[in-house]
Write a protein that binds this ligand. Structure first.
Ligand code: SAH
Length: 452
């Protein structure tokens, strides 16, 4: 592809899905001849891939958007593309009026509108209800953007777009649209093309990844998909997230236990430990169900690690109800807890029907209590790795230390002059903390003395 002598920059916020979407968009832009720049001021095309899951994320996106406005005033030819959950699937009419300096609005996961704008593709522009991007998804092949090529060890593959659940607090289904599983052929083709470009680890993404295939009549389910991907040559590790407790079947647990490449790590959010709060959230399970599920996972996949998500300060959450969450976390001892303070999102059921009645100070207090508890739990769990030898997949060197992950997704740092990028190496853990570990390369076997 001839180069255009034009540059693009993509600012990405939010979840792993956005990271995947941005890479796909970068790939499409390079296909058109654009070059990546990490300098916003140098860009001819500037993309903001946004998140609105909490108010803080929305504020960040709007803050960045307004900070780049002067660039457009200086350079009217600059193309600004607002993408992702701030735009949503319903389109951009309201936003267009508010943000006249934005040239293109794109729903999540869709490079189409920008590519159409840059190529002036009238057919595309006139087409309505475009749900599939004709320019970059094609048959699943993806070309890794140049600045990451040869360096990218771990990549995300979206397998389910959108979400059709109706958790009362959550804006994602409104912004990302209904659940759509990607065709299995496309996913396998994407995994193969990533492997051919040096990627060693893939992480399958879906808002409810364990619902993969349940929206189509005759496709494979997640366990079957894991079996297929386990056979892709060059891919050494496979992960998936996020799982919803209600769809997490024993077939998935067994696939993880049986398949050598599928890593023993799960992301299964509880969100709250009190049954009334869970009911108000419309999560569809009780804390007892969740406890049973975690016990079953640990039984089927011994030595696995499990992460959870928790929201504190949901409307009406009393001190006693919060204590249920605290107790549940203390009992179950999860490896990781992603914590969030409840943030009312416009248009969601909880925002329309329930008062945001837990004060900000109280939300912070609850957050910090869980954070302190989780720090103790993670310290205790990670300490068990001390002195153990574990296979770590190394991704990059940061400030002189190689950074990688254990099969259980623990972050490990190692000092080494060797090039460890993309390699799975057995290392010995020499220090552990709540959020990371340090390790040493195993002593190289001394070369045997050859006696003459
Ligand atoms: N689909 C996934 C991830 C959703 S977003 C799931 O079902 O878990 C990631 C996390 O953000 C959620 O797990 C939840 O803990 C948090 N979250 C979502 N909406 C929120 C809101 N309105 N306020 C605070 N946290 C929220």
């Amino acid at each position: 592809m001839d180069k255009l002598n034009k540059k693009y920059h993509i600012w990405t916020a939010g979840c792993q899905m956005n990271v995947a979407d941005s890479r796909r968009l970068g790939s499409s832009l390079e296909h058109l001849g654009y070059n990546f720049t990490d300098n916003v001021k140098e860009a001819d095309v500037l993309v903001l891939n946004t998140c609105v899951v909490r108010q803080s994320a929305e504020d960040k996106a709007l803050g960045f958007l307004h900070s780049i406005r002067p660039l457009k005033e200086q350079n009217p030819n600059l193309v600004i593309n607002l993408m992702g959950c701030l735009v949503g699937v319903k389109g951009a009419e309201k936003l267009q009026k508010k943000l006249p300096f934005v040239d293109v609005f794109s729903p999540p996961s869709d490079p189409g509108p920008l590519i159409a704008h840059l190529t002036q593709d009238d057919d595309y522009i006139n087409e309505t209800n475009v749900t599939r991007n004709r320019f970059a998804i094609m048959d699943g092949e993806i070309i890794i953007p140049e600045h990451e090529r040869g360096k990218l060890v771990s990549a995300f593959i979206p397998v389910v777009y959108g979400c059709s659940h109706a958790c009362t607090y959550c804006i994602i289904p409104y912004q990302r649209g209904i659940e759509r599983s990607r065709p299995v052929g496309e996913i396998v083709a994407e995994a193969r093309s990533l492997a051919a470009q040096g990627v060693k680890e893939i992480t399958l993404l879906g808002q409810i990844v364990d619902r993969y295939g349940k929206d189509v009549a005759d496709g494979p389910n997640l366990a079957e998909l894991l079996h297929l991907l386990n056979d892709v040559a060059g891919i050494e590790r496979i992960r998936f997230l996020t799982s919803h407790p209600n769809y997490f079947g024993v077939d998935i647990m067994r696939a993880v236990a049986e398949l050598p490449k599928v890593m023993p790590h799960f992301e299964v959010p509880i969100q709250a430990g009190d049954n009334e709060v869970l009911e108000n959230m419309k999560r569809g399970y009780t804390q007892e169900d969740y406890r049973k599920l975690i016990a079953q996972i640990r039984d089927e996949v011994p030595g696995c690690s499990i992460a959870t998500d928790i929201i504190v300060g949901f409307p009406g959450e009393t001190e006693e109800q919060f204590e249920q969450t605290y107790q549940l976390l203390a009992d179950l001892k999860m490896d990781v807890a992603h914590l969030a303070r409840y943030s009312p999102r416009k248009g969601t059921v909880s925002e329309r029907r329930m008062a945001d009645d837990v004060t900000d100070a109280e939300k912070r207090r609850r957050f910090h209590r869980l954070e302190a508890l989780q720090k103790e739990i993670a310290t205790e769990i990670n300490a068990r790795y001390l002195g153990e030898t574990v296979p770590v997949l190394f991704e990059e060197k940061v400030k002189g230390r190689w950074r990688g992950r254990t099969p259980t997704n623990k972050l490990v740092f190692v000092e080494s002059d060797d090039n460890l990028r993309g390699k799975v190496v057995d290392v010995r853990i020499t220090w552990t903390g709540p959020w990371s570990m340090q390790a040493q390369m195993l002593q190289q076997k001394p070369t045997p003395l050859v006696l003459a």
